[in-house]
Design a protein around this ligand. Structure first.
Ligand code: PEP
Ligand code: MN
Length: 343
């Protein structure tokens, strides 16, 4: 929809606009309002170059796009009856709970196995465990491919599927070869379009699921959805959107908790939403409240850092991991909220 600066375009201006849109197989429908005329673009208005050319015209005030920029993720797309299934849970039918260490310590495999058993007991349907870690500081522990074997062994022992973050193609290949069930794209890579493309290509034809976290500086919600669109364009629609807090953080919290965007995401897309309260708040004592809020806002699941011995853990665990006992309490409360919401 083209809105001119003046109440109406001149004939010459309309002619110029028409010749631009015709280059992209579109035409113009004039809508004459009482004080202002607007010019609807008829056809596929998603051509970025066409919009840029129109917006570059001095007599055009703005171009409002009506069509969704993410045609596959859009709530009105043909994929809106696609159901993502993970850990035996059909997302949307039952609350999905994922738990595990921020970072799997390759020197202490038993710690991870014990956490995995305790979390299974606490009711999780899937495990998480960082193998390679995106660390702000290059001197911090960066992860270790040896942890991948531990993660997969925990999966075999418990029968639960596992989530691990990948940051490049080499890690992606290793994770897929090992049989990682859910690939995490972390907040720092949420706008790494070449990684998103590689993931999309390599999971096509498999039942791998991708947990796409919202970028720390990702303001516009449509940018988040479009990042998911990158993955889905290659054919595997098993993508889950994961709000995990954005920057700048809320005073006292690690990030700015953003579980409240869940209803907005659900209005625009069919993709399930799994909130990560751990990175949102960054403090174990705040995780339960954030989890309950997320479920109240309509989240389909939660991905929570949990460790049988948070203080003995690596990465974020000492500050934000909850114990499996705390997880069990949280799960009970969150399921009650889930039931309330549906009731
Ligand atoms: C993590 O899950 O441990 C992690 C580093 O995630 P994020 O990308 O949300 O920071
Ligand atoms: Mn972490």
């Amino acid at each position: 929809m083209i809105i001119p600066k003046a109440p109406k375009l001149t004939d010459a201006q309309l002619k110029e606009i028409l010749s631009i849109v015709q280059d992209f197989d579109c035409s113009i429908q004039v809508i004459d309002g009482a004080g202002q005329s607007v010019y609807a673009i008829v056809g596929d208005e998603r051509h970025e170059l066409m919009i840029n050319r129109l917006e570059g015209l001095v007599y055009v005030d703005r171009v409002d796009k009506i069509q969704s920029p993410h045609k596959l993720l859009d709530i009105r797309s043909g994929l809106n009856n696609h159901r993502v299934v993970f850990g035996g849970v059909e997302l949307g039918k039952q609350l999905l709970l994922i738990g595990g260490h921020c970072t799997v310590d390759p020197k202490q495999p038993n710690k991870f196995y014990e956490t995995a058993d305790a979390l299974k007991e606490a009711g999780v349907q899937a495990l998480r465990g960082g193998v390679w870690k995106p660390r702000t500081n290059p001197y911090s522990y960066q992860g270790d491919a040896k942890a991948l074997e531990i993660l997969m062994e925990a999966s075999r022992r418990t029968g639960l599927p596992v989530n691990a973050e990948v940051m490049d193609e080499e890690q992606l290949d290793l994770a897929l070869d090992a049989g990682v069930h859910m690939l995490q794209v972390g907040t720092r890579n949420a706008l790494n379009y070449s990684l998103l493309r590689q993931i999309g290509k390599k999971i096509a034809g498999r039942d791998t699921v991708v947990l796409l976290k919202r970028g720390r500086h990702l303001g516009p919600v449509n940018e988040f959805i479009s990042a998911a669109e990158y993955i889905v364009t290659f054919g595997n629609p098993n993508v889950i959107l994961c709000p995990r807090g954005t920057l700048p953080g809320l005073e006292g919290y690690r990030n700015h908790p953003d579980e409240s965007i869940t209803p907005l995401l659900k209005e625009r897309t069919w993709a399930p939403v799994v909130v990560d309260p751990s990175h949102s708040v960054g403090k174990s004592t705040y995780v339960e409240a954030c989890s309950m809020a997320a479920v109240a806002y309509g989240a389909d699941g939660l991905c929570i850092e949990s460790n049988i011995d948070p203080m003995g853990g690596l990465g974020d665990d000492p500050k934000q991991a909850i114990t499996p006992e705390a997880f069990a309490r949280l799960a009970k409360k969150c399921r009650a909220i889930w039931d309330l919401r549906r009731g």
